[in-house]
Design a protein around this ligand. Sequence first.
Ligand code: SF4
Ligand code: SF4
Length: 353
Amino acid sequence: MQKRTLGKTGWKISVIGFGAIKLPRVSQRDCDVLLNRAVDLGINFIDTADCYGDSEEKIGSALSKRRREFYLSTKIDERDGPGVMKKLERSLQRLKTDWIDLVLFHDVRGSEYEKIFEKGGLEALEKARRQGKISEIGISIHHSVSMMKKAIESGVFSALMVAYSPIDEDRLTLDLIPLAQQKGVGVIAMKPLAGGKLGESRRGWNRKYFKGESPAQVSLRYILTNPHLTCAIPGMTNLNELEENLKVGEDFRHLSSEEIGVLMDWVGEVGKGFCRNCGYCLPCPEGISIPDIFRFESYHESYGMKRWAAEQYRLLPVKADACSSCGQCLERCPFGVSIPQCLQEAHRILGLS
Ligand code: SF4
Ligand code: SF4
């Protein structure tokens, strides 16, 4: 398994990490097999979050006896000192470990970035680091490139987790990822298969051209063709997915520009009408946070995080039903998302209609 260095931490991380977001759908017995197999085959980075259902407990039960064989990463969605400490203690307990290698502030949005500094969240993690409960502090940001830049330049974070897949509009490779590299911040690609969309769809896929490789494998190669990315963390639920993803890291080769072109043509077709969370549709005159709502819907539908997604939606100050169908967002969305209709559907799914 090829490894790359995670920024200034110096850790050698397997280029394919284990995304544990989908473990709530997998039985403990199957998790035991899957996670042990992943570690046996060379995956040494496992990422979860306190809000991923019982994912932390399942990792703890499956791997607590092998704790020194992998780097463990979790994410906390609190921003204030007491909240962060409470969640950290709970994560340590659920993961059955005395220390967590990387703890990230999860899914930071809008004014929450400042709150990390002002409300004691960062101070709490720095204290936990001095106490040996955690080793490094990171941050995950979904769509604000300006916030990602601020986080990199702050010098505070060792790792930045970003949504990065061939389907995402590529806003990061030109400046942001090289800047992270220069500042010693490791970049980890979450949602590398767009929540499973690129793993599931085979419609129009030219398997022969890609020498038998699947869309998921070629998509992971595409991500890792960027040398400044440390690793990709696809969500996995079974041994077939694990072995398919692992092959990319075991036998890594860069995609040629011609292969990237063929992949992008395919992605353009399967990704029609799919929200990339880019935020170009904003601002909405009614104050609707369009990308956040579509993201919560995808957590609800694709990752089985129904309760968490509905709660996040409940906390939004403006809900999708405030849409007046003015059409301004439609003119700005480059990906043909039928925003007003999709918002109605999201509102229904997220449980408020
Ligand atoms: S609706 Fe369109 S513009 Fe808005 S975040 Fe999604 S893909 Fe981007
Ligand atoms: S159509 Fe709806 S979501 Fe789009 S900008 Fe207008 S009010 Fe906002």
